[in-house]
Design a protein. Structure first.
Length: 389
């Protein structure tokens, strides 16, 4: 069977990590399925590479191809300077309604982490991806737009905002919040996980973040009553049927919980800005963004991505870490049903860490490790996959 995968190289170290990662992905599929499954690669242009070729950072051809795509995967994209585009990645999310940003975070044995027990961190974050402050509705201080909005709020809602302030709007809908929580609970049910935690700042932002909490509990009660129980119900009556526990935490308290009691949390569903903070903070607990995969999903399209930045200072030096891209590719393979190939990639990475032969950034986090180039690391991963089959 042939699987069409659209791919975007990305900016900065994108070219470096793709040269290492693409052959590893091909090797994993070929070895795991003995040629019965194969990948048909179709490159799409975006970012600096697209601009040099077409004069556009997001060409129409790329957008048209993604309209009918099932899966795509991309390297890091820089935000163009001096254009009307706030972020290419955010533009893709909003254009294709990629409402769920999903980031699994777990520790790979051998990596020196910032916490004493990184092995206790094994969470998957579901971050709402299209609403909240990332909607981009904000106006610079002193502009006519900001003055008009401030004047409207002061006159019609008895606010006392200063005329010269900058202002932004935080839209959140019942539809947007519920579909995100629904997907998080479905994931917990499918993977037999113990809990889903709604993370919010509803104690202060009662009608936006507070609504996220309210709507999240409603989804659980109305659509998953046979398989979920609230934390309050569990504490009062126990959990004899071993149902998934639905609980919630205030966002700032959740950061403390993630550090002190990470093993008590498995799936997190949260709003856009909270999810941005939490996913990066949790990645830091297990070794950093170099080991953090991710995907942005709608109901029809999934765009997997390396979660780190473009790292322009090391671009072209063949020292970048391809693991975030490769682990995202493993997520993609699981998504299309090629679990054996996904496992081969994950196992090969762990084997190289065990042998302490890794890229420069990982070598700095592993005692007595030998640093190798990005391309050499890719070849080592392919050797590991070969040895598995």
């Amino acid at each position: 069977m042939q699987h069409t995968i659209y791919w975007i190289e990305g900016d900065g170290i994108g070219a470096d990590i793709w040269k290492a990662a693409k052959p590893v992905a091909e090797k994993a599929v070929k070895c795991a399925y003995k040629g019965q499954e194969e990948i048909l690669w179709k490159e799409l242009l975006a970012g600096e590479k697209a601009y040099k070729a077409t004069g556009e950072y997001l060409p129409k051809e790329t957008l048209e191809a993604l309209k009918t795509a099932r899966v795509a995967i991309k390297g890091p994209l820089a935000t163009p300077v001096g254009t009307g585009i706030r972020s290419l990645t955010v533009t893709l999310r909003q254009t294709f309604d990629l409402y769920a940003c999903i980031r699994p975070v777990k520790w790979y044995k051998g990596i020196i982490a910032a916490v004493r027990h990184p092995e206790k961190v094994n969470m998957t974050i579901f971050r709402e991806n299209t609403e909240d402050v990332y909607s981009g509705i904000e106006f610079a201080a002193g502009t006519e737009e900001a003055k008009k909005l401030v004047d409207f709020l002061n006159k019609n809602f008895n606010k006392k905002l200063k005329t010269e302030c900058a202002v932004g709007i935080k839209p959140m809908t019942e539809h947007g919040c519920k579909r995100l929580v629904r997907r998080a609970i479905q994931y917990a049910v499918k993977n037999n996980l113990p809990s889903v935690t709604l993370v919010h700042k509803g104690n202060i932002m009662k009608f936006t973040e507070g609504a996220f909490q309210k709507w999240g509990y409603e989804v659980a009660a109305q659509e998953f009553s046979d398989s979920t129980i609230t934390e309050k119900e569990m504490l009062a009556n126990g959990n004899p049927d071993n149902k998934i526990i639905i609980k919630d935490r205030i966002a700032d308290a959740m950061f403390q919980e993630a550090l002190m009691h990470p093993d008590q949390y498995s799936v997190i569903a949260t709003t856009n800005l909270n999810g941005d903070y939490l996913s990066d903070a949790l990645a830091a607990q297990v070794g950093g963004l170099g080991m953090a995969p991710g995907v942005n999903m709608s109901d029809t399209l999934a765009i997997f991505e390396a979660t780190h930045g473009t790292a322009p200072t090391i671009a072209g030096k063949d020292i970048g870490n391809p693991c975030s891209l490769l682990l995202s590719f493993a997520m993609l393979l699981e998504h299309i049903g090629l679990d054996k190939a996904a496992y081969a990639i994950q196992k090969a990475i762990q084997n190289c860490i065990d042998k302490k032969t890794v890229t420069k950034d990982l070598a700095e986090e592993i005692e007595n490790a030998q640093a190798v180039s990005c391309s050499a690391f890719g070849r080592l991963l392919m050797d590991e996959i070969d040895s598995m089959f």
